[in-house]
Design a protein around this ligand. Structure first.
Ligand SMILES: C[S@@+](CC[C@H](N)C(=O)[O-])C[C@H]1O[C@@H](n2cnc3c(N)ncnc32)[C@H](O)[C@@H]1O
Length: 281
């Protein structure tokens, strides 16, 4: 199991640079289940600091979250009432009984499940990934979901990793390392289908920005807490980071940063940062 991001540390600043995007899309998919939303029992797999659970809470019957980072769960407990059941554990091997949930959502977690090149590894030297852990998680989701239930996964596709984040162009090798760890949309849909899910929709979220108002901070890459909001920065070498920061300082100093950000925003507005896949059991 991969642990390239240090969530014990990043949990302290995570909420300053992350907001839940696409909550309406998740609710729309869950609402197509026979059981009314207000009576559904929902699991968020890899719930982190609980931002999605918090946003979904008013609409659902009951909520559970599972995450293997105690640091992230500590932050989640601060914002969620005691009725939300939080479990510390791996989503690859969940302790829940079979068919325990009416719906499952998983937001921005899939790229953390596989081994892959870390900072300093050359991604081109790695063999193609067969995604055993993603497959294992999806089978676990199938096991704990009730028949007819929705499984909503929010992922970043390979194109979105490249074009949906302005800083990706500053650290292209780190983006390649990350992409290695992540099935692209067609591969993910194939894994879901092979596990038994019927794909109802795969919708790019063109407007939502995961980093909220902190996204377009032109000095963001210079700040550790800002970089902690996106795990791609965990995959840069010191040299790659120094070179990215030098470029940021240069563009800010020359007054060309805004024009460059505008150009990058053109790309993001076409691809979006995330895609929501809705599978039905
Ligand atoms: C980018 S954060 C997303 C958190 C939350 N879903 C959100 O969107 O705000 C990724 C989360 O996945 C968790 N995670 C990664 N691999 C996991 C695993 N195998 N089992 C449980 N949690 C995992 C991390 O601890 C982290 O909290």
């Amino acid at each position: 199991m991969s642990r390239y991001a240090n969530y014990a540390l990043d949990s302290n600043s995570y909420d300053t640079t992350r907001i839940p995007v696409g909550v309406d899309t998740i609710l729309a998919c869950l609402a197509r289940t026979e059981i009314p939303l207000s009576q559904q029992v929902l699991l968020e797999a890899g719930c982190g600091t609980g931002n999605y659970l918090h946003a979904l809470h008013p609409y659902l019957g009951s909520l559970s979250g599972i995450d293997f980072s105690e640091g992230m769960l500590t932050q989640a407990r601060k914002k969620l009432d005691e009725q939300v059941d939080l479990t510390c554990g791996s989503i690859l091997d969940m302790t829940f009984e079979g068919e325990s949930f009416d719906g499952i959502t998983c937001n921005q977690v899939i790229h953390h499940l596989e081994e892959g090149p870390s900072a300093a590894d050359d991604p081109s030297e790695w063999k193609p990934n067969q995604f055993p852990n993603v497959t294992r998680f999806i089978r676990e989701a199938w096991r704990v979901l009730r028949p007819g239930g929705a499984f909503v996964i929010n992922v970043t596709t390979h194109d979105q990793f490249r074009d949906g984040y302005w800083w990706a162009a500053l650290i292209p090798t780190a983006v390649s390392r990350l992409i290695f760890r992540m099935p692209d949309l067609d591969q993910l849909q194939q894994i879901l289908t092979e596990a038994g899910f019927e794909i109802e929709s795969a919708t790019p979220e063109l407007n939502g920005i995961l980093q909220g108002s902190s996204y377009l901070d032109p000095e963001g890459p210079l700040k550790e807490a800002w970089r902690a909001g996106d795990s791609t920065w965990s995959l840069v070498t010191e040299t790659e980071l120094a070179s990215a920061q030098h470029r940021v300082e240069q563009m800010n100093g020359e007054g060309t940063m805004q024009a460059w950000l505008d150009e990058r925003e053109q790309s993001r507005s076409k691809t979006g940062q995330t895609t929501f896949v809705c599978g039905r059991k």
